[in-house]
Design a protein around this ligand. Structure first.
Ligand SMILES: Cc1cc2nc3c(=O)[nH]c(=O)nc-3n(C[C@H](O)[C@H](O)[C@H](O)COP(=O)(O)OP(=O)(O)OC[C@H]3O[C@@H](n4cnc5c(N)ncnc54)[C@H](O)[C@@H]3O)c2cc1C
Length: 510
């Protein structure tokens, strides 16, 4: 009873904003900066000590490591899909970037070794050399991806929940809109099989999807595939100078310039509702803030099971949880290595798989990023960073003593380094620094349920049709980030941020 009284008094006198954003991932920050730029009073509450979430960083022994993302889309200079460039520019900031000439160097079973060059024709040529009998099918599949991309890249990417925008964009770009409607319910695998029959080439299309969607082509929406498979050759992959953390740092700088506020070490423990409507938040410290609109950049599982009472979960959320499940998290090795361990001509991003059957298994596919090949300033002179990660489930890391946990981490790291020795001979002896993160680390530092990378379909769905937009069934509460349309990836969550802020701006009459 006393608690209730305390809450009511504090709540009614609490500071009030137009919009509160819970979390400063890229989705949250894009929402916040867009709204602040439109004149809204915005407060971002971040539980950690720096912004960025999965696009954050940490410093150790002279190395600056990216927490997660390092293959960055959205920094192009033309079209409308360059959403990171646009989000920064909207608040008068920018990030210097370094172009990566190769998106991925694949090291796949049976000696299938090839690079995805920034130059589209060069990539098609290299792929065709491995599958000459599929020359036409390869071009037709990837050309179809361009059709999706060209539709997206013709229009401003805002809220599909805003009828005024939909009408406007339809009249401005009728063909592009009809094109997108056609692809919305389709998956990349459906299109790939129309043109390609070689089973190994279809496996290659699977890993092309898996490496960012964490599901094979049959489960990967064609809209996302069209975006990724084309933009890498259009805007390209560009690495932020100073590390990926620069994106969030600059967005915060822009947010503050535009009059917005951010608080760190501010963990929201509750979303407060009155008469079924979201009206504020309560921090773990008990501090209450109120706002006309609340945006959650936490995952949907965290939002509807932890920040709101799980027993009151709206029916649509329960249904969503049946359609989508949590993807695995990652086992991450952050390595500092002597420079001469990298063979001449090593590319920045690698994907390593030795057995197609293992693609989706823990420790099956190994991702390697060496961002110091693009920005040497992230490591001491004569050294490189290697971020090595592979899917892993939290259940394999629960319920053990601290000693067992450390031993298990060490054993897993040794197994992975052994596999990497094939490509980077002498790696084990040339290690200068190693930090191992598990799904538990991702859960703890990123505040993501089970450390998950995000939602993946629990069965084959109709493209992107099942992904929710930003409004929720709780009035006043919106979600943004990778558990909303169009899903994971920095440019994707930036899209979600543009859409969310647009919908809120219209709702607030800004
Ligand atoms: C290992 C790894 C590699 C990746 N590689 C790439 C890549 O190469 N390219 C790419 O584009 N994408 C990549 N991604 C995916 C990309 O990083 C994510 O999809 C994206 O960053 C998610 O952004 P978000 O806005 O949804 O939220 P998040 O990054 O999850 O941020 C949410 C924020 O909210 C905060 N928060 C959560 N709960 C609370 C609370 N209760 N109170 C206050 N704050 C809270 C968290 O601390 C966090 O800062 C990678 C991800 C990982 C993990």
């Amino acid at each position: 009873m006393n608690n209730q009284l305390f809450y009511t008094q504090t709540s009614s006198t609490a500071p009030e904003f137009d919009v509160i954003v819970i979390g400063s991932g890229i989705g949250g920050l894009v929402t916040a900066t867009q709204l602040a730029a439109k004149g809204a009073s915005v407060l971002v509450l971040e539980r950690y000590i720096i912004p960025g979430g999965s696009a954050g960083y940490f410093d150790r022994n002279g190395y600056r490591f990216d927490v997660g993302a390092s293959m960055i889309f959205g920094f192009g200079t033309q079209g409308t899909t360059n959403l990171l460039t646009r989000a920064l520019a909207a608040v008068n900031v920018s990030v210097e970037t370094i172009a990566d000439p190769v998106q991925i160097h694949y090291h796949l079973p049976d000696g299938l070794d090839l690079k995805v060059h920034r130059n589209y024709e060069k990539f098609l040529q290299e792929l065709t050399e491995h599958f000459p009998q599929e020359r036409e099918g390869i071009r037709r599949f990837y050309d179809e991806c361009w059709k999706v991309f060209n539709c997206l890249n013709a229009m401003d990417l805002l809220s599909l929940e805003e009828p005024g925008y939909l009408t406007r964009v339809f009249f401005q770009h009728p063909l592009a809109c009809l094109g997108l409607v056609k692809y919305l319910p389709l998956n990349a695998g459906d299109i790939a099989r129309r043109y390609i029959s070689d089973p190994i080439l279809l496996k290659f299309i699977d890993i092309e999807c898996y490496c960012w969607s964490v599901v094979p082509a049959d489960m990967t929406p064609m809209i996302n595939a069209g975006m990724v498979f084309s933009d890498r050759h259009y805007g390209g992959i560009n690495y932020p100078k100073g590390g990926v953390g620069q994106i969030a740092q600059k967005l915060v700088e822009g947010l503050e310039k535009a009059g917005g506020e951010i608080q760190y070490k501010a963990r929201v423990s509750k979303i407060l509702t009155e008469n079924g409507q979201a009206v504020g938040v309560q921090l773990a410290t008990g501090q209450v803030y109120r706002a006309k609109r609340i945006v959650s950049n936490a995952t949907r599982w965290d939002t509807f099971e932890k920040l709101l009472p799980p027993e009151q979960m709206p029916r649509v959320e329960k249904k969503w949880q049946q359609r989508y499940q949590k993807s695995p998290s990652f086992l991450s090795l952050h390595l500092g290595v002597e420079a001469d361990v990298l063979p001449w001509g090593t590319e920045c991003h690698h994907i390593i798989l030795s057995d197609w059957e293992q693609m989706e298994e823990p420790e099956g596919t190994i991702f390697v990023s060496i961002p110091t090949l693009l920005d040497p300033n992230l490591a001491p002179e004569g050294y490189h960073i290697m971020h090595v990660f592979t899917p892993n489930w939290i259940d394999d890391w629960q319920g053990m003593s601290a000693k067992d946990y450390e031993e298990k981490k060490q054993e897993a790291a040794e197994r992975i380094i052994k596999r990497l020795e094939q490509f980077f001979p002498g790696l084990d002896t040339k290690l200068d620094y190693m930090e191992v993160g598990t799904p538990r680390t991702h859960r703890r530092f990123l505040g993501r349920d089970d450390g998950s990378y995000g939602p993946i379909p629990s069965r084959k769905l109709r493209g992107l049709l099942g992904m929710p937009f930003n409004r929720t069934s709780i009035p006043g509460l919106y979600c943004v980030g990778d558990s909303t349309f169009p899903g994971q990836g920095l440019n994707a969550v930036a899209f979600s941020g543009f859409a969310c802020s647009h919908r809120i701006a219209v709702d607030l009459g800004l």
